[in-house]
Every structure is written in structure tokens, then in C-alpha cells.
Design a protein around this ligand. Structure first.
Ligand SMILES: Cc1ncc(COP(=O)(O)O)c(C=O)c1O
Length: 404
């Protein structure tokens, strides 16, 4: 067995059933787990991380991985290749968890609201170098009003809307950009630059479209930063990114940092975009066959939406993967079988064609794996990862957290 490339969290070993708890030095295999369970293939994760590392080196920008997908110390350390470093978070809970582990450079990449400013003050008092994003004069004013209570300066990135997909100020809207910048006037509030996330890249249908989306993201962010600079603001930070843009950008001139998160696990939405293949997806839900409805061509398993999530992110893609794509226990994709329905604790597997005669006829108790549409959503259903090696032996159990 190859050693893990990352340090395991202290005190956590694999959770396995009493039947296998002997003094044998061999690692437990998947048959020892209760299902459903969240599996993390360490070799696939390592390959995804290495691919991104090479991209970052080619693009010549700083990397600030998004830890929202994994919400796990061990995974974040693997992404960084270090015990700590600069990260992006999607909740202040993530900021708390990572700050407690010594991460001191954190961007909270969801627009800040007034009711979180007390939390921000606590993080600053702990010594965290925190960066916030906002896109309105009202949010800027609320931050400035709270800043007297800050123990240290907070960084601010103005959120830029490079695709009309979500929040942000249009890159060409100099008036709003400068009004927000002007409202950020306080000795403990530092305007650092701009941040954008071109969510429309998740709707692309070709490599050309993905490349064009990445360029649109880059150009919009740089344009917005230049508007600020022309008005006398230094705006040293230009932050862009998502997994598709990180993997498809041709060049990132003017950009200072790239963010990406889901790349670490990949998922079926990313595979549907052509960003990866199903064989790159590092997380899967281990499930057991519960029974059959032969007349309907159904195989029932113990992974419903509580395990898989209700995410149907592939529904609008050319290949709809239902609630997930079925693999055998070793992770070999069974391309014709998807989870066509998900109740709370039941998943229904059927042939993609609807052919009832092609039912997946496996005995009760047979283990299968389901690849997720959206890794962030599926992982959020579990409190830990069962980390498996290339031979599907369980190496460790890594905790993950959720909530706000
Ligand atoms: C602001 C922001 N930055 C970065 C990311 C990372 O994108 P991805 O998960 O595609 O890597 C996200 C994802 O939602 C995001 O919202």
C-alpha cells in the first residue's frame, strides 16, 4: 500500500464492524462497513490535486483553494500540500474550523451581511487575516459601522458580476464600483481589490465555451480592478475562479489568484461539462442492494436522498445521470445504470433505457457505489469520509463538518 500523502487527523482510525476487529495488520475492506457510507478514493483525489497543481504552475498565479466541498482538515491540507495556507470558505463556520487548526489567511466568499459582523470581529480578534466580499454601498456602510469594534483590519474585495449569473457589480459599472469603494472608508477596513466567480461556466457545452468563459471571467475582473485603480485605489488583488475556469483558462494576465474547490473530488456535473471523466470522481456513496421490483426493472438500494442529496445537477446536461451513476463495489462504472428515484433512505436503480428486462439483478446485500452529481451536496450528507486506497482497503476515517 502506498503511504498517504497527507497527515491524518490525530486519533481517527477507520470505523469498522466488530467482526473485523482482530489484531491482524491487514486493512479492513469495504465489506466491513455499514451502508450507506461516503468513500473517498485517495489515489483519485491525489491525481485531481496534481492536475490542478500543474495548472496553477502553468498559469503563474497564486492558488487559494475553496474548502467548501470537502470541509475537512485532511483534504484541505492535501489541496495545499502543506499543513496550512491561504483558503477560501463559503461559511464562517468553515472559517472557525480552519482558524482553530492554524489557518490564518481566509477569504469568506459570500457577500457579508450585518448579522455576521460580530462573528467577523471574533475571527479578527483571534488573529485571522480575514477577507470579505460585498457588492453594495449598504453592505459597505454596515461593515464600516461595525469596524470600530474590530481588533485588526479586515480586507474587502468588491464582488464583480462577470456573467449575470449571481451577485456582483458589472465590470463596466464604474459609478457603483467607486461608490462602494468610497463607502469603505475606515482605518480598519482595507479595500484589497476584486473577486469574481463566473458561475455560467457550469452551463458550458464545449471546451471552446469553457475557454471563452474563463477569458470572460478574467477580462471582467481585470477591467473592474482597472476602474478602481484609475480612481486611485490600489486594488492589488484580482481573484477569479472555479474548477472549470481553472482547468480551461488559456492565460490569466492581470489576475493575482485563482480559486477552485470541487476539482479535489470532481463529480458528474464536472464530467458532464467535459472537465473530467467519471473515472476521476474521487467520492462515492457505498450502498447495499435491499431488494428488487422485477416487473418494474428496479433494484432498490439503501442510499436515498439522505445519502445522495436531492441534487439533480446533470438533469439539464446532455447526459442525465438521475440521482447518481452506479458503479460496482470496486468503482468500475456501470454506464447503463443510474439512480432514477430517491426516497429518504431508498434509491431506485434502473437501466438508463428504461428496459425492465435489463434490471441489475444482484443479490440482496451486494455492495455498489454511486457517483454523485454534485460532490459538495452529497458529501454534506455525511459526517466523515472512509478513505480508501487503490485496492479499496480502508486507510482512515476523516471527519468532516457542516452547518454555519
Ligand atoms: C465564490 C466562489 N469561488 C470559488 C468557487 C469554487 O468553484 P468550484 O467548486 O467550481 O471549484 C465557488 C463555488 O461555488 C464560489 O462560489
Amino acid at each position: 500500500m502506498a503511504p498517504l500523502a497527507v497527515r491524518l487527523p490525530a486519533g481517527r482510525g477507520p470505523r469498522y464492524s466488530r467482526a473485523t476487529m482482530s489484531n491482524t495488520p491487514t486493512l479492513p475492506d469495504l465489506a466491513t462497513l455499514e451502508t450507506p457510507a461516503l468513500l473517498l478514493s485517495q489515489p483519485r483525489m491525489a491525481a485531481n490535486i496534481e492536475r490542478m497543481r500543474q495548472r496553477i504552475a502553468t498559469l503563474g498565479v497564486a492558488f487559494r483553494p475553496h474548502v467548501k466541498t470537502a470541509k475537512s482538515l485532511a483534504v484541505a491540507q492535501a489541496m495545499l500540500g502543506a499543513a496550512s495556507g491561504a483558503i477560501t470558505v463559503s461559511t464562517l463556520r468553515e472559517a472557525d474550523e480552519f482558524a482553530a487548526q492554524g489557518f490564518a489567511d481566509i477569504t469568506y466568499a459570500v457577500g457579508i451581511t450585518p448579522n455576521k459582523l460580530g462573528h467577523v470581529a471574533r475571527l479578527l480578534a483571534q488573529g485571522v487575516q480575514l477577507r470579505l466580499i460585498l457588492d453594495s454601498v449598504a453592505a459597505a456602510q454596515a461593515l464600516v459601522q461595525a469596524a470600530d469594534a474590530f481588533a485588526a483590519p479586515v480586507g474587502v474585495l468588491i464582488e464583480i458580476d462577470t456573467d449575470g449569473h449571481r451577485a456582483g457589480i458589472a465590470p463596466a459599472d464604474a459609478a457603483t464600483l467607486l461608490a462602494v469603494a468610497a463607502a469603505l472608508s475606515h482605518p480598519r477596513v482595507q479595500l484589497l481589490g476584486v473577486l469574481t466567480h463566473l458561475g455560467a461556466s457550469y452551463d458550458c457545452r464545449s471546451p471552446e465555451a469553457l475557454r471563452a468563459a474563463a477569458e470572460q471571467e478574467r477580462a471582467g475582473a481585470v477591467q473592474a480592478a482597472e476602474q478602481l485603480r484609475a480612481a486611485g485605489h490600489a486594488a492589488p488583488v484580482v481573484s477569479v475562479g472555479s474548477t472549470p475556469s481553472a482547468l480551461f483558462a488559456q492565460q490569466l494576465s492581470g489576475v493575482t489568484e485563482l480559486r477552485a474547490g470541487v476539482y479535489v473530488f470532481q463529480d458528474l456535473v464536472m464530467a458532464g461539462l467535459g472537465v473530467c471523466t467519471p473515472d476521476d470522481v474521487a467520492v462515492s456513496v457505498l450502498t447495499s442492494v435491499v431488494g428488487h421490483q422485477r416487473a418494474k426493472g428496479w433494484t432498490l438500494v439503501d442510499a436515498g436522498w439522505m445519502a445522495l442529496s436531492r441534487d439533480r445537477g446533470t438533469a439539464a446536461q446532455p447526459v442525465d445521470q438521475g440521482y447518481g451513476l452506479v458503479c460496482d463495489v470496486a468503482g468500475l462504472v456501470l454506464p447503463d445504470y443510474t439512480v432514477i428515484a430517491a426516497n429518504q433512505e431508498h434509491g431506485t436503480i434502473a437501466h438508463r433505457s428504461g428496459d425492465k428486462g435489463a434490471m441489475l439483478d444482484l443479490p440482496v446485500g451486494t455492495l455498489l457505489r454511486i457517483l454523485p452529481n454534485h460532490a459538495c451536496a452529497t458529501c454534506a450528507q455525511f459526517s466523515s469520509y472512509q478513505v480508501v486506497d487503490g485496492a479499496n482497503q480502508i486507510q482512515a476515517e476523516w471527519p468532516r463538518f457542516g452547518g454555519w
